[in-house]
Design a protein around this ligand. Sequence first.
Ligand SMILES: C[S@@+](CC[C@H](N)C(=O)[O-])C[C@H]1O[C@@H](n2cnc3c(N)ncnc32)[C@H](O)[C@@H]1O
Length: 427
Amino acid sequence: MSRPDRRPDPSNPAREVAVRVLYRVLEGEAFAAPALDRALREVRLPARDAGLATHIVYGTLRHYPSLMAALSPLLTGETQRKTWAVLLAGTFEKLFLHTPTHAVVNEYVNLTRSARLGPSGLVNAVLRRVEAVSAPAHELPEWLANVYAELFGQQAAQVSASLLQPQPLWLSLSEQGAQLIEQNGGKLLRALDEVDEVELPGSLRESPAFVQGHAQPINPASLACVHALGNVAGQRVLDLAGGVGVKAAMLAARGAHVTSVDVVARKHEAARQNLQRLGLKAEFITHDLTQPLDVPKSDFVLLDAPCTGSGTLRSHPEIKLRLNPEGVEELAALQGQMLPNAAALVEPGGVLVYSVCSVTPQEGPEVVQQFLNSHPDFTPEDLPELDIPVLREGPGIFTVPLDGVDGFYIARLRKRAESKEEGMDHN
Ligand SMILES: C[S@@+](CC[C@H](N)C(=O)[O-])C[C@H]1O[C@@H](n2cnc3c(N)ncnc32)[C@H](O)[C@@H]1O
């Protein structure tokens, strides 16, 4: 007699990918973007399923506060962490994607059994019963909601609603890149200064425009930091806290000779490979910028400092789950240490741009104002005209995180030119 097949029905593999990624992100083991990217490269789902997995991961993180509010009353006692990831994803599908309850229950119960993610009876009971409860529409921890409210005033509700939308794909494209996008089934949806909002039929990394080095992903607010330096063609530019070199690439594409400095050596390799893909070059130095750096001064210095990322919640929604006011203070202290070391590398008469992808006052205007108080040889200057909404604040501007644009603080500071006497050699 043949044994009955007792394996549970398979669930859609997109949900398994989503739950595994969510589990790692909620455990604090990974950020959503690289974890999802890696999982999708390993599993190679069809485009539609990859889209569903992406939607579930980002949607669950964006709506985490109201999902928790809906689930918490139904769960007494300890629930395994993996089961939480299943329940959050299932509840997101039921309450926000409006997938019918029987389908949600069926899919997530099967997944729980086949991937051994906890008690399937609990998943069954909770997903059947869970309902929306009233929760603040901003989906932010209260302290961060207050940061947004104070900064953006009447626009705050519009901003927080916009941060719950999927991040559009922004690409800086060569002319040929734009043609390749359109020839291969993509669409150019919106054109800003040197960056387009693009829709692609498949993955960016496999698209001809990207593979052939004609496309660089960059948010318009991030590109604004490069615009803030002004004309850098033929100039030596110090790209401090250069990371994986997104801004280095944009600077090199404008004809700058870029030296990119970061404390994490392995980021140089990623930057180098990306530049090579684009047919560009830069030099790299590994250095901790809380310490002075001994290199020749430059007329153009960019410090794109490490920050909380509180202006990038659209593409990194997990930040709002991890960040707290103490974390903001820690980063503001680090930025305050790095800025004078960056300033020491500016030639008299040269420009220093300070930027962070954060909307907290501590990391932006306060860091810069404190620096200016002790460095009277630097004066804030207006940034060149930008075609994204901005808010003047202290010595710089915030970009307003609406319509797919991230929230950055950017200040452009000019170092006083030496007077002839100061510059004279008295030896
Ligand atoms: C906002 S990211 C930079 C992004 C980069 N400019 C780009 O456009 O791709 C900040 C960078 O600061 C670097 N960093 C953090 N602490 C640092 C330190 N003490 N010295 C130098 N770099 C540091 C991080 O490794 C990270 O790459």
